[in-house]
Design a protein around this ligand. Structure first.
Ligand SMILES: C[S@@+](CC[C@H](N)C(=O)[O-])C[C@H]1O[C@@H](n2cnc3c(N)ncnc32)[C@H](O)[C@@H]1O
Length: 200
């Protein structure tokens, strides 16, 4: 069981920025932390499922050659398309993950932010498996999830990140925990940022 498409369509029908991504300093700071946690300066091919209205997508796009971003909600994809109209390296698609994961593509960066508590534990395990399979050998997976309870939350941020950690055999290179959210980064080859720079 996962949260239905119509739930998100209804949400966006009333408000095209339901989480205040455009105006909230909390959200802007969190996006800065997500980008600062990436172990590489540049990526070739990134994937961001659940892009909402595209605020995080805009920042990821600056760090990669091309970005595929998707959302289950048609209204969210429309809003992201307007926000990113001047950004030429983004493809936006309406897709529900994990069922419509782009299994034929390879990525060196996958960002899963504020998504998996809308999925069942089984769907999250499938999502983590897809992420592991689609990620290139030197690829990076980022996950970031809110820790507080909310209506409709199907699992905790800690349980979600434990599922990703199991799929990535514990090669977590960044662990950032705040009272409000957790942010973790896994590097498929297990190399830390200093090891990549040759200083460790
Ligand atoms: C809280 S927003 C996260 C936005 C963005 N990832 C961020 O962190 O800034 C959650 C988004 O997930 C989308 N979503 C929920 N379930 C989904 C699914 N199964 N597949 C793709 N998108 C989904 C919703 O439509 C919504 O836009």
């Amino acid at each position: 069981m996962s949260t239905s498409r119509s739930y998100f369509d209804d949400l966006y029908r009333n408000n095209d920025d339901p989480w205040r991504y455009r105006t909230s300093w909390y959200e802007r700071r969190k996006r800065d932390l997500v980008l600062a946690s990436l172990p590489r300066e540049r990526y070739e091919s990134a994937f961001e499922p659940a892009c909402s209205n595209g605020e995080l997508s805009a920042m990821i796009a600056r760090r990669c050659t091309r970005l595929l971003a998707c959302d289950v909600s048609e209204a969210a994809v429309r809003s992201a398309s307007e926000r990113l109209a001047d950004t030429s390296n983004i493809a936006l698609e309406q897709r529900a993950v994990p069922d419509e994961w782009p299994t034929d593509a390879r990525f060196d960066l996958i960002v899963i932010s504020e998504l998996a508590y809308y999925l069942s534990p089984e769907a999250t395990a499938t999502l983590a498996r897809h992420a592991s399979t689609s990620l290139s050998d030197n690829g990076t997976l980022v996950a970031c999830h809110w820790r507080h309870p909310f209506e409709g939350k199907l699992q905790s941020a800690e349980d979600i990140h434990a599922t990703f950690d199991a799929a990535f055999h514990g090669v977590r290179i960044v662990q950032h925990a705040e009272a409000d959210f957790i942010l973790d980064v896994w590097s498929k080859d297990g190399r830390s940022i200093a090891q990549r720079e040759g200083i460790a």
